[in-house]
Design a protein around this ligand. Structure first.
Ligand code: MLT
Ligand code: ZN
Length: 445
C-alpha cells in the first residue's frame, strides 16, 4: 500500500519532491530533539493545486497529514507523533511556497507564500521602505505559514502586536482538497465570517495555509537599548506602564532571571553587564527614559545593541545546551506574576527529577518562558504541576508557541467544556476524517 501511495505522490508533485529515508529524517524530528515520529514520506509541493491534489488523495485514503513550515515549533505540533499501526502520516513541508510579491504601498500589504521565512519577508518588504511586525529569534527558519498557524508573537509584540494583528487574509486548502481564497482585495473587508481568523492558532488542524496577505508597517524608530536591574518581574511591568504613561514608545521589553542571564553570558562568552539583581530587563524605547531610580546600562553603539540582544535571543540555545529541556510558554495576569513565579520554582523543584528551573520572557505581555531541566523527555510531571499552577493563577498554557501535541491534554485546564465542544464541532465539520494534524491542539473522542 505504501508503495502505491508513494507512486501516486510522485505523479502529483514529481518524485524528487517525495522524500524518504535519510532525506526525510530532518523533517521528522523537532528543534528540541524531544519530539519525533515516523512518516510514509515528506512531500514538498510547490503550489496550491498540488496541495489540493495531495489532500484529496490523503482524505480519500485516510492518510494523516502533518503540515510543516520551518520546523522551529516547540510544542510537538509539526512533526509526527505516535501513530497507530497502519495510519502512518505524511509530512507536508511548505518550504517551496517561497513566492514574494510586490508590496502594495497604497494599502500597505503584501501577499507571500506560506513557506517564506520571517527573515526573507522582512528583507523583502524593507526594499519597499517597510517592515514586517513579527520578529523572533527563529527568524531565519520560521515561516509565515507556521507563524500564522500558531499566532506567533516574538520580540516586537508590544509595538506591532502578534501575528494575528498582521494578517489580512489567507489562501488555504481544506482536508478534502477544497481551495479557499480568502486573501481579500481591500484593506478592510468585513463581508461575512473572517476565515483567516479561524486558521490563526489552528496549527494545521483545520486547513493547510498556502498564501497569506499581511500588513507591512513603518520601520522601527531609532532605538534606545537598556539593561535594567530589577528586584522582581512585576517591576518590569510597572516600568513599562510608566513608559506608556510618559508617551514613550516601548519597542521591546524582555525580562530575564539572573540564572538565565548568567548562563547565556557564559554560553556566549560575553560580560555580564548587570550583577546582583534577580531580574534583568532588556528595554528598548524610541526615546530616552529616565532610569535614575534604577541600576542600568545603556547601549552606546549598534554593535553593543546587538550584543545586548544576543544575550536574549540566544537564551534558547544556551538552555538547550544543558540537554533535554521541558519548555512551558505561558501567560500570567500581571497582578499574579511574582506570586506565580515564586510558586513555580518551589513546586516544580520539589519534584525529584527536576534539577533547575529558569524563567524569562516577553514581559510586556506577561508571557513567560519557563524552562525545566532534569526530567526525562517523556516525563510530563513538571508540565502537569506547572500548568495546574498557571490555571490556578488565571493564566494561559499557550501564549505564543501554540498547543501542539505537547499541551493538548492541558488545554481543558484553561478552556471551558463549551469552548472545547465548539472547536471540536468546527474540526469535525471541516475535517470529518480528522486527517489534518491529528492529535494536535484538540483531542477528538
Ligand atoms: C523565545 O522567546 O526565545 C522563543 O519563544 C523561543 C524559546 O522559548 O526558546
Ligand atoms: Zn518567545
Amino acid at each position: 500500500m505504501i508503495d502505491q501511495h508513494l507512486a501516486q505522490f510522485a505523479l502529483q508533485i514529481g518524485v524528487e519532491n517525495v522524500l524518504i529515508g535519510d532525506e526525510a529524517k530532518p523533517y521528522l524530528v523537532d528543534w528540541t530533539k524531544r519530539y519525533s515520529g515516523e512518516a510514509i514520506c515528506v512531500l514538498k509541493p510547490a503550489n496550491v493545486l498540488e496541495v489540493s491534489a495531495i489532500l484529496k488523495y490523503c482524505n480519500a485514503n485516510s492518510i494523516p497529514v502533518i503540515p510543516q513550515g520551518g520546523n522551529t515549533g516547540l510544542v510537538h505540533g509539526s512533526v509526527p507523533g505516535e501513530t497507530k499501526s497502519g495510519s502512518l502520516p505524511v509530512v507536508l513541508s511548505m518550504l517551496r511556497f517561497n513566492e514574494l510579491n510586490t508590496v502594495n504601498r497604497l494599502d500597505r500589504s503584501v501577499v507571500v507564500g506560506a513557506g517564506v521565512t520571517i527573515k526573507d519577508l522582512a528583507t523583502h518588504v524593507s526594499k519597499f521602505g517597510f517592515t514586517y511586525g513579527v520578529d523572533l529569534a527563529a527568524r531565519d527558519s520560521a515561516t509565515i505559514g507556521g507563524t500564522v498557524a500558531t499566532d506567533a508573537g516574538g520580540i516586537r509584540v508590544v509595538h506591532y502586536g502578534t501575528t494575528k494583528a498582521q494578517v489580512l487574509g489567507v489562501e488555504a486548502v481544506l482536508a478534502d482538497g477544497t481551495i479557499i481564497d480568502s486573501l481579500g482585495s481591500t484593506a478592510k473587508d468585513g463581508a461575512g465570517y473572517d476565515f483567516s481568523s479561524w486558521l490563526i492558532g489552528s496549527e494545521g488542524t483545520l486547513a493547510v495555509i498556502t498564501r497569506v496577505r499581511v500588513r507591512v508597517k513603518n520601520p522601527l524608530p531609532n532605538a534606545h537599548t537598556y539593561f535594567v536591574g530589577l528586584n522582581k518581574f512585576s517591576e518590569a511591568s510597572e516600568l513599562i506602564a510608566k513608559c506608556f504613561l510618559e508617551q514613550k514608545r516601548v519597542l521591546a521589553a524582555e525580562a530575564i532571571d539572573e540564572a538565565s542571564f548568567e548562563l547565556v553570558c557564559k554560553f556566549l562568552d560575553l560580560s555580564k553587564p548587570i550583577s546582583d539583581y534577580p531580574v534583568i530587563l532588556l528595554l528598548e524605547t524610541d526615546s530616552e527614559v529616565d532610569l535614575s531610580a534604577f541600576t542600568f546600562v545603556k547601549s552606546q553603539s549598534a554593535k553593543e545593541s546587538l550584543e545586548f540582544w544576543a544575550r536574549r535571543e540566544r537564551l534558547g540555545d544556551a538552555v538547550g545546551s544543558l540537554g533535554i529541556i521541558h519548555k512551558a510558554d505561558v501567560g500570567i495576569p500581571p497582578e499574579n506574576l511574582d506570586e506565580f513565579i515564586a510558586e513555580f520554582h518551589i513546586e516544580v523543584n520539589a519534584l525529584s527529577a527536576v534539577k533547575q528551573t529558569l524563567v524569562y520572557g516577553h514581559i510586556a505581555e506577561c508571557n513567560l518562558h519557563l524552562e525545566i531541566i532534569g526530567p526525562a523527555a517523556n516525563d510530563v510531571s513538571a508540565e502537569s504541576v506547572t500548568y495546574k499552577l498557571v490555571a490556578a493563577h488565571g493564566g494561559t498554557v499557550a501564549s505564543e508557541h501554540g498547543v501542539g501535541r505537547a499541551k493538548c491534554e492541558f488545554l481543558s485546564l484553561v478552556r471551558s467544556d463549551d469552548y472545547l465542544q465548539t472547536i471540536k464541532l468546527l474540526k469535525k465539520t471541516l475535517d470529518p476524517k480528522s486527517i489534518l494534524n491529528p492529535g494536535a491542539v484538540i483531542a477528538l473522542d
